[in-house]
Design a binder for this molecule. Structure first.
Ligand code: PLP
Length: 440
């Protein structure tokens, strides 16, 4: 058989062809059912095959699908921006639309640098991120990401941005123990700023709950308050990368609300369209927009498809669906239920070192030794093997590996659509249970 024309993630692998989806289920052309226990890549927040979204697509498409952002605006884009601004905390009132999470974080980076340039501060061009992080695949976003696997081939093209230790209490990069540590990882940000010089640093970027590179790592409650204070002290902007955590995934519209900390910029993606269209956004504070408006008046970014009415109408319909079915609230309640069930597996299987999460962004970390927390060797490929067993049993979970150099970081994300019910969670956990038993 010849090579497929479509370049797939792993060449030569056989990917089932999906024919349709309904709620948390996907069905392939052979008639197999899959429980979407990871919402794809933590994206399909409202589940699959929602008719209201198809109707919203058609209602917009029959009028106009595309207008170019530098020539026109549209009701759909204006309304979506207003809706997001109303949900966003503090003075985050201006929205810039892009097409992917990578573009959203990269736009955040550019806006932060531009904010200082407009004030004549041209040295603030670096962004501090964290070693265990993922902010996207494009070069600017990858420069801010601590994901060795995705970086290694392109290091010569990446900016040499500094990185702070992550608030990863289960495997503390500083070998400290919470709460005795006094959240030293947040203090370390201050040390890095002082070493480099605050005049070099435009922003600090962080995922509120670390997703793809860590497996739902939730920081201690004090962490972001301390980070906010450090940023303020040195005139550094705080960018919350809510691409994975935003839009209700953690039980609040934005995960930063869990700690009442208001960032200067929020990056959104994934759940914003719930996968029904490629759309993402960067939400910017009045403080920043005031400066840009008084200066060049142009946010120096943008893409051909930015703010297109077709995608905006889809995202609006997704948010309306979330509101109608109270999905934020369901994420909070079902998240607790899911973590409880996963903890039962932890008692059963010693290789489950940690179960954690916020709302329906839940993670399991696997270790060789639950007492010492020693990780598996890279060659053991625990996560790969588990994913493949789950897949054959009709359950999708998401790998969260490769976050820390030299550390396999064997975690998975269990993050079904926010519509999930208790019965469906029980079905998922049963399959996970059987799959883990086959691993050991
Ligand atoms: N930021 C975070 C926190 C993510 O998890 C991801 C994707 O996993 C991105 C940014 C990049 O988003 P995209 O894949 O849509 O470019």
């Amino acid at each position: 058989m010849g090579r497929s024309h479509l370049i797939k993630p792993v060449l030569g692998n056989n990917y089932p062809v999906i024919s349709h989806g309904k709620g948390i289920y996907l069905y392939d052309k052979e008639g197999n059912q899959y429980i979407d226990g990871s919402s794809g890549a933590i994206t399909a927040n409202i589940g699959h095959g929602v008719h209201e979204i198809a109707e919203a697509m058609w209602n917009q498409a029959k009028h106009v699908s595309f207008v170019y952002r530098s020539q026109f605006t549209s009701d759909a884009a204006e309304q979506l921006a207003e809706k997001l601004a109303n949900y966003a905390p503090g003075d985050l009132n201006s929205v810039f639309f892009v097409n992917s999470g990578s573009e959203a974080t990269e736009t955040a980076l550019k806006v932060a640098i531009q904010y200082f340039q407009e004030q004549g501060i041209v040295t603030k061009t670096k962004v501090i991120s964290r070693w265990t992080s993922y902010h996207g695949i494009t070069l600017g976003a990858l420069s801010m990401s601590g994901h060795p696997l995705r970086r290694q081939r392109f290091t010569s093209l990446l900016e040499d941005f500094p990185a702070a230790p992550a608030p990863y209490c289960y495997q503390c990069p500083l070998n400290e123990t919470y709460p005795g540590c006094g959240v030293k990882c947040a203090d370390d940000l201050e040390n890095i700023i002082q070493t480099l010089g605050p005049d070099q640093i435009a922003a600090f970027i962080a995922e509120p709950v670390i997703g793809a590179s860590g497996g739902a790592i939730v920081p201690p409650d004090e962490y972001f308050k301390k980070i906010r204070a450090v940023c303020d002290k040195y005139n550094i902007l705080l960018i919350a990368d809510e691409v994975m955590t935003g839009m209700g995934r953690t039980g609040k519209m934005f995960a930063m609300e869990h700690w009442n900390v208001i960032p200067d910029i929020i990056a959104l993606g994934k759940g914003m369209s719930a996968g029904y269209t490629p759309m993402a956004a960067t939400i910017v504070s009045d403080r920043i927009m005031d400066v840009i408006e008084a200066g060049t008046k142009v946010v120096m970014s943008g893409h051909t498809f930015s703010a297109n009415p077709q995608s905006a109408a889809v995202c609006l319909a997704v948010i309306e669906f979330m509101e109608k079915y109270k999905l934020q609230e369901n994420a909070a309640a079902m998240g607790e239920y899911l973590v409880n069930h996963l903890q039962r597996l932890q008692w059963k299987y010693p290789l489950i070192g940690d179960v954690r999460g916020k709302g329906l962004l839940c993670g399991i970390e696997f270790v060789k030794d639950p007492i010492t927390r020693e990780p598996f060797e890279l060659s053991s490929k625990v996560v790969d093997r588990l994913l493949s067993i789950c897949f054959t049993k009709g359950l999708l979970v998401y790998p969260a590996v490769g976050g820390v150099t030299g550390f396999s970081g064997d975690s998975i994300l269990v993050s079904p659509p926010l519509t999930v019910t208790k019965e469906q969670i029980s079905d998922m956990v049963d399959i996970l249970d059987q799959s883990i038993s086959e691993l050991t």
